[in-house]
Design a protein around this ligand. Sequence first.
Ligand code: DLZ
Length: 330
Amino acid sequence: MCAWNLWRGWIILQLKGSRPAGPGERDRIKAMIKGISFLRPAGTAAEYDRLAAFFSALGFTPGSGWNEELSRGASFLAPLGNLEIVEGEMPLSTDVLIEVTQLDAVREVAITWFRAQGEEPAGQISAATETDWKSRMFTVEPVAGKVFAFWEWTDPLKGKPVAVEGDLSAEGMRFAIVAARWNAVITDRLLDGALDALLRSGAARRHIEIVRVPGAWEVPAAARTIAERVPAFGGPGAVDAIITLGCLIRGETAHYEAIYNEVARGIGQSQQETGIPHSFGVLTCETLEQALNRAGVKAGNKGFEAAVAAIEMVSLRRKLLDDNFAGEGA
Ligand code: DLZ
């Protein structure tokens, strides 16, 4: 109802002759779009529980969901979202289509789930059949009236492998930012950029620990100490990722190469030996002007970029360590 009102409102605006978004504005709006959610009323509490159990059993990654006074929601994530507007007759009896890579295996899991409930699925799971659009499909009705279609491409040129990738939501993640004080005019800007990226991506301020060290040389040691922190021993909490920030300027730095190599090696080694993602935001520049450009003036803010990389790596790491995702990218 609400969506319809919004949609209708939008049409009315168009008819009144509002100016269409220009290319720059369209790009800006495009960059803001993050994902699509479809809401399906479950009916009764028992049907809610049954649907939630069914989709969990199929290996969907759980989303955050909600449990409030007026409603609760079970959320299930898929790597890709796709909103399709249909004109004319709907080609299927359901509007939820779930693309998979191994249709028969998914169907087996669905059958096994019904049997685990003490039921023999007869009418609830259809046979997997060819469609007229180079794909195979079966439908399943875990609760009466709620039909879901599962399908896979049979056309080898379609259905390209879906890569496992990290998401860019930092909600619930914990970070440490280790920033050098040397060249603070630059590193303060990198720090601002990193904080901006984390907060805008949903991290809570209380989950971001900022650590300042004298210079880039000291960054690896501080990062390593944080990465090895074990909360069980009474220390402060462990973090999901560490964002390292610093600035080395060749013209002003004696033994520039030696320092740079050691800083890069130390940060890399800490990451590899602890398994905690460390993103690299240590600038190596020829001049102060070049450093300023990379700290938000002309060439983006490398602190922001390092924070985004850290978020993505935390998310990716969680997926790679999650049994439900293993092998999904193959
Ligand atoms: C000593 C020094 C120099 C010459 N240049 C830089 C630099 O450009 N950027 C930076 O972050 N730190 C520099 N440092 C300081 C060293 O990193 C280190 O803090 C000191 O040598 C003390 O160990």
